[in-house]
Design a binder for this molecule. Structure first.
Ligand code: ADP
Ligand code: MG
Length: 728
């Protein structure tokens, strides 16, 4: 066994779980490190407190004077928590979070210093962040990006730093981050949805979007992970033969959580609770070493921040436990990859979940309006929704028989399918009193309050109604939820706006009663969004054929999928809803296309290096041993030696063939890369990386994995799947 592999294994096997002591109830420490409402009450003047509250609830501006008082109170609280620094915390388009710490410490004169934090420092910062991706929005000579406080997501202390959630925009106001468009989309859906709610309840003032994410991840011992250059540089294994035992027996899923993993989870949950992340659920996932964590759902902006924060905190806690967290969508071949289900719903300021059927026919009619508008939005923008979850990592999952296919479809369960069928029969125009009564009593009124059992069965749909919310299951585990949530909010906001216009038009022009008009528009939407509804097995090959017949897109790779982002239709929707202007959408497109090419480029380089520097030399070593053996046999047996050396000779030949395969394919791959890198058009580059370079990753891997099976285990330099995938 190579030295590095031996030491890594020895280290991993000798680990003991770290003892975690929880001496307080979680409810007692929840949000202890968050500058939340109770702390604001304590540290702020009544005036300042109210101005934050108004900013959160009504989006009103905070004036300079209040900002100073808030900053000062926030600082006092942070100092009491041991903070020495503050940072504007934002989510640039790299996918991770960014921070630049400044000390509260300031000198007054040569001998005296104080801790100070002024209002302007709280509200706006110029982080000199010229190296973040901006898709050409920010010219390099004008490399300014500004961060500005987002009071709707509370500040918190982590370590010794006060974190202030912010948006990140260019000098001219274009969004350079994930949060800005998300906030705009939340506001768009708020106004569009509130307007519909007013048909049913005049008192509705606000509609809030909720998000409950479920984060899947893998845990690998850090010594084992460190011994693999592919994991360290790309977050996934680029080669490695499958373990004889993988997930076939389903013995990991919901099984007993391994003790080391459990200690990590408890430690992580403790940190999360202090930070106000309401973590609730933990369990083993399908693949060995794969786990899931889910919180109680929250307002979407906060939920997105909390997911980003979690992704920051996880690797740090993991380090204490000698684990490496793999957040990649497909760290290991032939076992399941990781996703991040986004559970999404809408609720009013009085706490009514608009996607939960109610007790009365009228509340059910309201439910149906939101339900069908969402389906119609997905139907009309399925390709854009697919684009919102496109990434190099997620391409490994979608359509690979473990995750939703690359075809977007909506599952609603048979009870609601029946309801839609009945509603489709509604008369065009005004309804007779009998028809209306019948509909209200026997169709709309019969929607059971609880649909959960019926709607949770089909796990193969990328977009499923699960009783009181929609669950978008195709999101990748590494993704920032803001991107898919922004798109979903935007398309639904647009649809709700249209819904309202259409209902009003029928009321005004056709003299229809309001509920007649609503029934009519619902019927139209049912008729025109049938394509996207699918109740069958989303993993089956028949569905792909059927989906094609229905005209649904099936974009299997990121470069193809991303194009929908900049279609006329998408640009128009983003513009109409005020979520993004054309420059902003195109900039994002450019960044994502670019990132895709870079990721494949890195993977291709890393695999080339490992194959040449680790695999081929090992193969030669083993072949030499065989050659020595054959020579010895010849010495002993003379011309008869071939009878005794048959297997060895076969092995020697096989190794030569495989080595030749590896080397020649690496040469071809490098040639391709050289050609692709000459291209200046980012879109073409991404496509070529996808079509001409990426296939070599699988081909080279195939030969390497074959060699792994032939070569003496003692010599093999890389930690194997079976050694990585089973935490004891
Ligand atoms: P499953 O794995 O069966 O989908 P989980 O319990 O793991 O179930 O996850 C359900 C998720 O849905 C949780 O994150 C929960 O907070 C979230 N959720 C529940 N109700 C809502 C809602 N109204 N809006 C958004 N998310 C919700
Ligand atoms: Mg789920």
């Amino acid at each position: 066994m190579s030295k590095s592999r031996f030491y890594a294994l020895e280290k991993a096997l000798s680990r003991e779980p770290i003892k975690i002591i929880e001496d307080k109830k979680r409810s007692e420490i929840f949000g202890a490190n968050v500058f939340n409402t109770p702390k604001m009450r304590q540290y702020l003047s009544k005036e300042a407190y109210n101005s934050v509250l108004n900013a959160v609830e009504k989006g009103s501006k905070i004036d300079r004077k209040s900002a100073s008082t808030i900053a000062s109170g926030m600082k006092d609280w942070a100092l009491s928590k041991g903070a020495t620094h503050y940072t504007h915390w934002f989510q640039p388009l790299t996918g991770s979070t960014a921070e630049k710490h400044d000390a509260f410490f300031e000198t007054i004169d040569a001998d005296t210093a104080i801790e100070r934090f002024g209002g302007s420092k709280l509200v706006q910062q110029e982080p000199d962040a010229s190296s973040f991706p901006h898709g050409g929005i920010r010219n390099m000579f004008e490399a300014r990006g500004y961060t500005a406080w987002d009071p709707t997501s509370p500040a918190f202390v982590y370590g010794t730093t006060l974190y202030i959630p912010t948006i990140f925009v260019s000098y001219t106001g274009e969004a350079l981050d994930y949060k800005t468009p998300l906030l705009r989309s939340l506001s768009a859906i708020d106004s569009a949805a509130s307007a519909i709610c007013k048909y049913f309840d005049k008192n509705v003032k606000k509609v809030q979007t909720s998000l409950g994410w479920e984060q899947e991840y893998f845990l690998i011992d850090s010594a084992l992970a460190s011994s693999r250059p592919d994991i360290m540089l790309t977050g996934r294994t680029l080669l490695g033969h499958s373990s004889a035992k993988g997930q076939q027996l389903d013995d990991h899923y919901f099984g007993t959580i391994p003790t080391r993993a459990m200690a990590f989870m408890r430690d992580l949950e403790y940190e999360c609770i202090l930070l106000g992340i309401p973590v609730k659920t933990r369990h083993n996932e399908v693949a060995p070493n794969q786990f899931e964590l889910a919180p109680i759902y929250e307002e979407a902006n906060l939920a997105v921040d909390h997911n980003s924060l979690l992704m920051d905190v996880m690797p740090r806690v993991a380090k204490r436990h000698h684990f490496r967290v793999l957040m990649h969508e497909k760290p290991f071949a032939n076992v399941n990859g990781s996703g991040k289900h986004n559970n999404w719903s809408l609720s009013t300021d009085s706490g009514i979940n608009l996607l939960s059927p109610g007790k009365t026919p009228m509340s059910n009619l309201q439910f149906l309006a939101f339900f069908i508008a969402t389906i119609k939005a997905v139907n009309d923008n399925e390709e854009l929704l697919r684009a919102a979850i496109a990434s190099a990592g997620n391409d490994h999952r979608l359509g690979a028989n473990e995750a939703p296919p690359a075809v977007m479809s909506v599952f609603i369960g048979n009870q609601l399918t029946y309801v839609l069928k009945e509603l489709e029969k509604v008369t065009i125009g005004k309804l007779s009193p009998e028809e209306k009564t019948d509909l209200k009593l026997n169709v709309v009124g019969k929607i059971p309050e609880i649909l959960l059992d019926n709607t949770d069965r089909n796990r193969t749909a990328p977009f499923a109604f699960t009783g009181d919310k929609f669950e978008f299951r195709a999101v990748g585990s590494m993704a920032n939820c803001a991107n898919p949530m922004t798109v979903l909010n935007t398309i639904v906001a647009k649809q709700l706006k249209d819904f309202k216009n259409e209902v009003d038009l029928l009321v005004d022009k056709k003299d229809m009663k309001k509920d007649d008009a609503i029934f009519n528009v619902i019927r139209e939407y049912i008729k025109t969004s049938k394509n996207v509804l699918f109740e069958g097995n989303g993993y089956g090959p028949e569905w792909e054929k059927e989906a094609k017949k229905r005209g649904l897109s099936n974009n299997k790779t990121t470069p193809l999928a991303l194009r929908a982002k900049i279609s006329e239709q998408s640009l128009e929707i983003f513009k109409e809803t005020g979520v993004m202007n054309e420059v902003e959408v195109r900039a994002r497109y450019d960044i994502e296309v670019d990132e895709y090419a870079l990721r494949i480029q890195i993977e291709s380089r890393v695999l080339g290096d490992i194959a040449r520097n680790h695999i081929v030399p090992t193969a030669i070593k083993y072949q030499n041993t065989l050659i020595e053996n054959v020579k010895g046999l010849k010495e002993i047996f003379g011309s008869d030696f071939e009878i005794h050396a048959k297997e060895q000779l076969k092995l020697i030949k096989s190794i030569s063939i495989l080595m030749e395969g590896v080397n020649s394919k690496i040469d071809l791959m490098i040639e391709e890369r050289k050609k692709v890198n000459k291209l200046t058009n980012a879109e073409k580059k991404a496509l070529r990386y996808c079509n001409n370079v990426k296939p070599y990753l699988d081909l080279i891997r195939y030969d390497c994995d074959k060699l792994e099976m032939l070569i003496d285990d003692e010599l093999w330099p890389l930690v194997k799947y079976r050694e990585m995938l089973f935490i004891r």
